[in-house]
Design a protein around this ligand. Structure first.
Ligand SMILES: CSC[C@H]1O[C@H](OP(=O)(O)O)[C@H](O)[C@@H]1O
Length: 342
């Protein structure tokens, strides 16, 4: 992927440039965000999406506020926090920006904010690389070369400030000559798997097969995959992990077929203030994403719709959580806290 998912253009008076992911794979359209609200809408519409990428984009958005006043920075952070509720990286990144603003004098505010946003971005890229290495080490030890590995949604460069989380592991396995065969769930209703993951895997030359979400159990039953690996949007202190809707089903299917189910996420995706996944806020999105995607009528007008964007895989279904610091296994409050707490 030659075009960066997220790029700051210019200096403190610059702007944020994003790939508009709602237009992929048909076209690679760039979105130039000049205001905080431009980024708010980009996050809300999933022009930029994926827990780490949302955090990085929000950090840069704070720089777009009229950053010569602390009050404008505070209101920008408060506004951005209302864009989407589940990915904890958004709130973690905004808190980091608030702390810098609190510590900065007025005449250095803009420079300090831009430096912090760039640091959040580069740190995420390093975390992605480390997750890729730790995950590839683990799967090389536990799976036969050339194994099929199932994944759900999109967790690559499009979802992060670097090479991805679960996809970073698959990219690293590919680089090492392990030859993974990736089975990618299309991931209804917004099709991040078919539109984005297949785009990224194809671009990198990774062997990949697209399946409907409803096919995951059969693919496992036929022995086509030896494991599943997914990302996360918020992980509670006991290891319960919120991720794209359908992930809980993948975890249950993996358990039923005796296959390991892994989660890959940076420590910035953990929320130790929540004891269990029951407390994770789950975003509900518009009915039209199901009934009229792209304006095409898929259901009668006015039907009742339930559209949660995420679900929670309980820790007991997770074989290991791959972080930039190493693998959490077994997944318990004790092991999570030991790995994640600073
Ligand atoms: C690397 S985190 C990616 C994570 O975010 C996705 O959700 P969305 O596309 O709605 O932002 C999905 O849960 C992925 O696993």
């Amino acid at each position: 992927m030659s075009t960066p998912t997220i790029e700051w253009i210019g200096g403190v008076d610059g702007h944020l440039r994003l790939i508009d992911q709602t237009k992929l794979p048909a076209e690679t359209e760039l979105l130039d965000c000049e205001t905080v609200d431009d980024v708010w809408w980009a996050i809300r519409k999933l022009s930029v999406r994926g827990a780490p990428a949302i955090g990085v984009a929000a950090a840069y958005a704070v720089v777009l506020a009229t950053s010569d006043s602390h009050e404008s920075v505070k209101s920008a952070c408060d506004h951005l926090a209302t864009s989407r509720p589940t990915a904890v990286n958004l709130f973690w990144a905004l808190d980091r920006m608030r702390r810098v603003a609190d510590d900065a004098d007025r005449d250095e505010l803009a420079e300090r904010l831009l430096a912090e946003a760039k640091a959040i971005h580069s740190e995420d890229a390093e975390q992605c690389a480390a997750i890729g290495r730790h995950g590839a080490d683990l799967l090389e030890q536990t799976l036969a070369k050339g194994s099929g590995i199932l994944t759900h949604c999109n967790t690559g460069a499009l979802a992060t400030g670097g090479d991805g989380t679960a996809l970073a592991v698959l990219f690293e396995l590919h680089r090492r000559g392990f030859g993974p065969h990736v089975y990618a769930d299309e991931t209804r209703p917004l099709l991040q798997g078919s539109r984005l993951t297949m785009w990224e895997l194809t671009d990198r030359g990774v062997k990949a097969t697209l399946i409907c979400d409803s096919m995951a159990a059969q693919v496992m039953r036929e022995g086509r995959v030896a494991a599943a690996i997914v990302g996360a949007d918020r992980i509670a202190a006991n290891g319960d992990s919120a991720n794209k809707i359908g992930t809980y089903g993948v975890a249950l299917h993996a358990k039923a077929h005796g296959l390991p189910f892994y989660v890959a996420a940076p420590t910035t995706t953990f929320d130790l203030s929540l004891a269990t996944g029951a407390e994770i806020p789950i975003e509900e999105r518009a009915a039209s994403e199901i009934t009229k995607p792209g304006g095409v009528m898929f259901a009668p007008e006015g039907v009742e719709v339930y559209n949660p964007a995420f679900d929670v895989a309980p820790a007991e279904l997770i074989a290991g959580i791959i972080t930039e610091r190493g693998v959490i296994n077994p997944v318990t409050t004790d092991t999570v806290t030991k790995m994640v707490a600073n």
